[in-house]
Design a protein around this ligand. Structure first.
Ligand code: SF4
Length: 285
């Protein structure tokens, strides 16, 4: 049985960077409090907790420990509150997200309504909107854009699908041409997502079965599952190696593995080891 790894998968550089900064800070300070999970992966969070990175649970800022802002970023009110309460901030916001926040702020200050193409409940989007100081809205469809706005700045959640973003902008232009006086478009997409999805497509075309490794609540991992299924591949989503069902591998020659942007390398290595073990068992039985 051949195991094929997607040519691009797992942690993006933004998340690797955030984890490194937090681990270093936790080692130096003894303990730090993270404003939400660093990644949507309970296994990663459990390991980080062992190293002294705890989650902020009740919304109250810590008294003793520093507050760490995750790669998703946060709104200006978080920095302001921390400053007012004398709490040290360790900022691991991904530079691509910071760029998005700066555009939201700048456009709002220039009188534009900031339209963020993305999930209103996502932490990155909430943070970006907060930088527009109440002059922004998150939408996933043109119908959700208020009809009475004439100056619009459109930006995107970094991990949105580029084709969907392009379709959205095209529809906005077509359907609102008579009411829009000025439209600014800032491309704030991160290419990590599209590169990983493209690699997953290639993998799905080549493999007999694809195993996607990643947290169940990770939207990015679920997109990889969809992409592989769109290519017609038999695809399974697991969080841990022990969830692998040996029957999935029966009669398969090529097993493809990919992983969401919140999946650490060691989780993928454990899956590879488990597949090797299972295929060895099959051969000897
Ligand atoms: Fe990773 Fe891109 Fe998100 Fe940064 S913007 S954290 S590089 S996926």
């Amino acid at each position: 049985m051949e195991i094929i790894l997607a040519r691009d998968m797992g942690f993006c550089w933004g998340v690797r960077r955030a984890i490194e900064i937090m681990e270093r800070a936790a080692q130096e300070k003894g303990e730090i409090i993270s404003l939400g999970p660093i990644v949507h992966n309970p296994l990663v969070m459990a390991r980080l907790e062992e190293k002294g990175v705890r989650l902020l649970r009740d919304g109250q800022l810590p008294k003793e420990q520093p507050l760490a802002i995750t790669a998703h970023g946060a709104g200006p009110e978080v920095y302001e509150r921390a400053r007012a309460e004398g709490v040290e901030v360790i900022d691991t916001t991904c530079p691509i997200v910071t760029r998005s926040q700066r555009w939201a702020k700048k456009m709002a200050e220039q009188g534009f309504t900031v339209v963020v193409f993305g999930d209103a409940e996502h932490r990155e989007v909430k943070g970006v909107l907060a930088w527009s100081r109440g002059k922004g809205i998150a939408v996933t469809d043109v119908d959700e854009v208020p009809p009475d706005v004439s100056r619009i700045a459109v930006i995107s959640q970094t991990t949105q699908n580029p084709d969907k973003f392009a379709d959205f902008v095209a529809r906005l232009l077509k359907e609102r041409m008579d009411t829009i006086h000025e439209l600014r478009l800032v491309n704030t997409l991160c290419n990590v997502t599209s590169t990983q999805q493209e690699a997953a497509r290639e993998l799905a075309r080549e493999a007999d079965v694809v195993i996607v490794v990643g947290g169940r609540s990770s939207a990015n991992t679920r997109h990889l599952v969809e992409v592989c299924r769109e290519e017609g591949a038999e695809t399974y989503h697991i969080e841990r190696a022990d969830e692998l069902d040996p029957s999935w591998l029966q009669g398969k020659e090529k097993v493809g593995i990919t992983a969401g942007a919140s999946t650490p390398d060691w989780a993928v290595e454990e899956v590879v080891a488990r597949i090797r073990q299972l295929s060895g068992q099959q051969l000897t039985s």
